[in-house]
Design a protein around this ligand. Sequence first.
Ligand code: ADP
Ligand code: ADP
Length: 226
Amino acid sequence: DGKVTIEKLGKVYDDGPEKTKAIKDLTFEIAGGEFVSIVGPSGCGKSSLLYLLAGFLETTSGSITVDGNPIDGPGTDRGVVFQDYALFPWRTVLKNVTYGLEQKGMPKEERRSTAQRYIDMMDLSGFEDRYPKELSGGMKQRVAIARTLAYDPKILLMDEPFGALDQPLRESLQDQLLDIWKELEKTVVFITHDVEEAVYLSERVMIMTSHPGTKKTVVPFDIDRS
Ligand code: ADP
Ligand code: ADP
């Protein structure tokens, strides 16, 4: 579960006379439960790829399937974590985490206990009634991760999630993410421009390259974690 197949994917932004080819002819597969990082220079198309996977953007050409089903917009099989957390500022920690469960129509008691499980998992117990503005950056990102995990997506799509945090916090969140990945067995697609972070976290690092006039490619290399 959580297998992603990307075939001949293309994305062109039709933004005026200068159309931007963000992704061209990209083909690769991510196994269910795999942890893949995507690194590459600014502007090479990493975020575009992630938002295509999320279903926030429409593909220009080619296809993306999850477990054989073409994706059709956003869905609860995929959860997104953003660099800037994107929490609801008017909702408490608990209400942020229950948000997706409300959308799913889960009854209140079950919502509360499900949310609590992920709040505990992300070391946020005691902070249920705080508002995002009362939390540090690292805590906000832990709330955002709990909110995403709570509705149990098969695939976690992460866009430089630790990019705004200082090194010690980054490291502790990296370890927490690895623990979660091992425990919950989700597919993770992790975007970063930090190669060290990519190698530390992932089973496979995909390097996206872009040079004017050349085809964009991904060059995979496998990490021997034994
Ligand atoms: P990265 O995440 O690797 O920095 P992006 O996917 O953000 O790369 O961008 C890839 C290319 O697409 C860049 O040339 C960028 O300027 C362009 N681009 C990204 N988003 C848009 C958009 N909404 N409209 C037009 N061009 C865009
Ligand atoms: P409730 O669960 O009380 O209905 P939600 O958090 O689901 O509240 O908010 C409902 C909608 O109202 C949201 O989609 C959001 O766009 C908008 N909204 C609510 N509070 C605010 C706020 N303080 N600032 C901006 N938008 C808000």
